[in-house]
Design a protein around this ligand. Structure first.
Ligand code: SF4
Length: 389
């Protein structure tokens, strides 16, 4: 199996990542929210300077695809006009925050996130690893427990604020006034205690947290089901197949309401009380396309060994309710690091089949060609052991 290259850093707007279809430019909206003018502006810029395709990332960011070297500078100028550019690439990288999209205007989440964002932007001494990130999960119910983060500001079982190192079962009691300083002191401890990449790995390797960060028990880690398209107190959530849309879809969404970007490849239309009537968006929780996950694959990713999304789209109607299928363009598994009941991992000429594992797991079935998969989609989803060898 070909070993994928691990880059160890996330793209930004000021540090784009080369990809199979050009530069990938990732925009980190402040508090995970785009005003209608910002969303319309991103759609316009993606048409003008990219290939018109826009992704939602697993960290609730917006990605403009297919940008070329000659158009990149104009794109950044356009994003700066929309208020979506940080002062430096380092400030942008530090401001790696995912925030609950279900915040209410009176729950303190937006102020807390804004203060954390500006503290991270301004603290040039904080040399955090490329993927180190923060989660602000301070809505009425925690929703980010399964979303990647290293330092979490959340509520305990009594509803009070807690700052917790990811991987620890307890955290430090904080208030809205002390949460940001406490989170930054935990980040500094990570660096000074020899943390290299991620907090949970550092703790698993034996690092001992300062006592303040073990004082208060976190709320129980119950299994969380993924939020689905539909109505919530904050607005209407829509899904996007594979988290991707055309610029014209974003433009049409921008006409309806401000948008909150989520880490689940969905957008929340703020304040909207019914499903929008719009082509290219998923408004029903039972849509089969929500049961398949696929990274860009070929030709969008330089590391991909096969196209992924056309195959996932054809297999989607055969995925039973509650059974996810992940089609990965290589063994890196970017689109979904966690396990799924079925994962198809692209190899040079076929796909490996993994059951109850992820893209890095060893396939349990001899490789299957696209033709074999398409000839037996029902068997693949219901009884993969019966597939032809
Ligand atoms: S998993 Fe997909 S997106 Fe990630 S490196 Fe492999 S082919 Fe590219």
């Amino acid at each position: 199996m070909t070993t994928p290259l691990v880059k160890g850093w996330c793209p930004g707007a000021l540090r784009p990542m080369p990809s199979g279809d050009g530069l990938l430019v990732r925009v980190r909206p402040s508090i995970g929210r785009l005003t209608q003018a910002q969303a319309a502006g991103i759609a316009r810029l993606a048409e003008q300077y990219g290939n018109g395709q826009i992704d939602l990332s697993a960290r609730a960011n917006i990605q403009i695809r297919g940008v070329t070297d000659p158009t990149y500078a104009q794109l950044v100028m356009g994003l700066a006009t929309l208020g979506l550019i940080d002062a430096t690439p380092e400030a942008e990288a530090r401001r790696n925050i995912v925030v609950t999209p279900f915040w209410q205007s009176d729950d303190g989440t937006t102020k807390l996130t804004e203060r954390l964002g500006s503290a991270l932007r301004d603290d040039r001494t904080l040399a955090l690893p490329g993927k180190f990130g923060f989660a602000v999960d301070t809505g009425a119910t925690p929703v980010l427990r399964d979303v990647s983060a290293d330092i979490r500001i959340e509520r305990d079982a009594t509803g009070n604020l807690l700052c917790r190192a990811n991987g620890a079962a307890s955290g430090a009691r904080v208030t809205s006034d002390t949460a940001v300083d406490t989170a930054l002191s935990l980040a500094r401890w990570f660096i000074s205690s020899g943390g290299r990449k991620r907090m949970a790995v550092h703790l698993a390797d034996g690092a001992t947290l300062p006592s303040a960060f073990t004082a208060v028990k976190a709320a129980p880690m119950t299994h969380m089901s993924l939020p689905m398209p539909g109505q919530s107190a904050s607005g209407f959530m829509i899904g996007l197949a594979f988290g991707q849309m055309q610029a014209r879809t974003l433009s049409a969404l921008a006409d309806i309401a401000p948008l909150r970007v989520t880490p689940w490849r969905m957008l929340l239309l703020e304040g909207l009380i019914s499903a929008p009537n719009l082509a290219g968006v998923i408004t029903r929780a039972d849509d089969p396309l929500l049961r398949v996950i696929a990274c860009p694959g070929l030709p969008g990713c330089t590391q991909a060994l096969q196209p992924t999304r056309p195959l996932a789209r054809v297999l989607a109607p055969y995925a039973p309710v509650g059974r996810m299928l992940h089609v990965s363009g290589c063994a890196k598994g970017c689109a979904h690091p966690g396990p799924t009941p079925l994962t198809l991992v692209a190899q040079a000429h076929d796909f490996g089949l993994v059951r109850d594992g992820n893209a890095t797991s060893t396939p349990q079935h001899p490789p299957l060609t696209v033709e074999q998969l398409l000839a037996n989609p029902g068997t693949l989803m219901e009884n993969p052991n019966a597939l032809p060898v």
